[in-house]
Design a protein around this ligand. Structure first.
Ligand SMILES: Nc1ncnc2c1ncn2[C@@H]1O[C@H](COP(=O)(O)OP(=O)(O)O)[C@@H](O)[C@H]1O
Ligand SMILES: [Mg+2]
Length: 421
């Protein structure tokens, strides 16, 4: 065990967190993280010479949904003579991810997407800390929380998206590296949880699971066709790169005030990325959570029939970037034949949000195509090809509904080659 008492800290650093059940491991993890926080405190102190002396640091965990591998804490810095602490967010992760996130955050900062970010690393123990300011939007909560709260209207959810997406996909970078379309999405497809290899595993299902095998084969052949035929050199744009429902903060009292956080994936790439990732999160992750939350009593089936989901996805593909009003969709597809009233309510929220995303993506992609000086592929093709690769990348994550993503990937794939079914 490391002797913590011998380290001379700039200020007391208090963690409200148990890193491990095992006392020795906990103490070791704590020492490593305290030392990192201390290194930051030293810098902070010397940078602000003459200002208030730091009195103490308090770190307490951000409640998390899912497991991203990083440990995120709110950090309160108390200064002598000040009543209220200054609030920051401190994130611990391995050294490689810390450095990568720091570099992309600097990029985001230059583009005025975020404010100050600092970092420290402990190479020996392979732990780093990133410290950034708390989101500035008042009463902020994650978009995910806002979306799942039925007290907020569907239109407010769409407004939150509209407010952030109007600033997305509009910063071209002529100097950026030009990549082929599929390589530009490599980061998304080549994931730790190996979505392509999982498809292979599903293709090799036995006789009893032929339906699943066919779905997986369909996705594979769309992917292979994209690799071989989708011949587009991407004109790079600045993208957030990880714009999902937990990286968008919303003012819970005013949905028009939003802010991005988590800049570890900021890079130059195809401008459709940020739109399609948000669409994918809403359709294959939040919808499932919403259906469950609407029926907390478990008295009714929380799941949509696959038949309905197929028809939903088919419609979304057929109507492409021009989704009509929800009422028109509801009538024309006669969705009440498949859904209970509470399910219609959940689907409406998802539909209204996706319609908003596509409307704004349309404008962004129109600009993109004219600036890139190519009309080889339509706006729809750019959008659906991006959606395909991003959904494929997400499809092996446990948060995603596997059946839905497999069905969707088949339909989206068909849509890219212009044969909506
Ligand atoms: N600057 C911030 N302001 C407010 N909350 C934040 C901020 N940064 C992170 N959080 C909270 O912590 C969560 C996880 O932080 P994030 O940087 O997204 O980590 P991860 O890389 O693990 O996704 C966010 O979803 C959000 O709830
Ligand atoms: Mg995040």
């Amino acid at each position: 065990m490391m002797a913590e008492e011998t380290i001379d800290y700039v200020c007391p650093i208090k963690f409200e967190y148990r890193f491990d059940r095992n006392a020795a491991k906990h103490s070791q993890a704590l020492t490593i993280r305290r030392a990192l926080a201390n290194a930051y405190a030293e810098k902070h102190q010397s940078k602000n010479k003459g200002a208030f002396e730091i009195e103490s640091f308090e770190l307490y965990p951000v409640p998390r949904a899912g497991n991203s591998g990083s440990e995120v804490f709110y950090l309160d810095i108390y200064h002598q003579g000040q009543q209220q602490p200054n609030r920051f967010v401190a994130k611990f992760q391995d050294v490689k991810s810390t450095k990568k996130e720091y570099v992309s955050s600097l990029r985001a900062k230059r583009a005025q997407m975020c404010s100050e970010v600092e970092y420290e690393v402990d190479e020996v123990n392979d732990v780093g800390i990133i410290i950034c300011e708390l989101a500035r939007v008042a009463h902020h909560c994650e978009f995910r929380v806002f979306f799942l709260d039925l007290k907020n209207s569907d239109e407010q959810c769409a407004s939150a998206l509209s407010s952030i997406l109007s600033n997305v996909g509009n910063q071209p970078n002529d100097q950026g590296e030009r990549k082929n379309f599929v390589s530009d999405y490599e980061w998304y497809v080549d994931r730790k949880n190996q979505p392509l290899l999982r498809l292979d595993a599903i293709v090799r299902s036995g006789d009893d699971c032929q339906g699943l095998s066919l779905l997986a084969q369909g996705v594979k052949s769309h992917y292979d066709r994209m690799v071989a035929d989708f011949d587009h050199q991407v004109l790079p744009y600045l993208v957030h790169g990880d714009l999902h429902a937990r990286n968008l903060m919303v003012n819970s009292k005013n949905a028009n005030q939003t802010e991005l956080i988590d800049f570890g994936w900021v890079h130059d790439g195809h401008p459709a990325k940020d739109f399609v990732l948000m669409e994918a999160t809403i359709k294959y992750q939040l919808l499932r959570e919403l259906l469950r939350d609407i029926r907390p009593d478990r008295a009714e089936n929380q799941h949509l029939s696959v038949e309905y989901f197929e028809s939903f996805e088919r419609f979304m593909c057929r109507r492409g970037m021009w989704l009509p009003e929800f009422e028109e969709y509801k009538q024309s597809e006669n969705i009440e034949q498949y859904l209970r009233e509470d399910q219609v309510q959940a689907v409406r929220r998802v539909y209204v949000c996706v319609a908003q995303i596509r409307q704004q993506a349309r404008t962004a992609l129109q600009r993109y195509i004219s600036l890139a000086g190519t009309d080889k592929y339509s706006i729809e093709q750019h959008y659906f090809a991006s959606l395909f690769l991003v959904v494929l990348g997400l499809s092996a994550m446990p948060e995603m509904d596997m059946i839905w993503t497999l069905i969707a990937l088949n339909k989206i794939g068909d849509r890219i080659w212009n044969s909506p079914n």
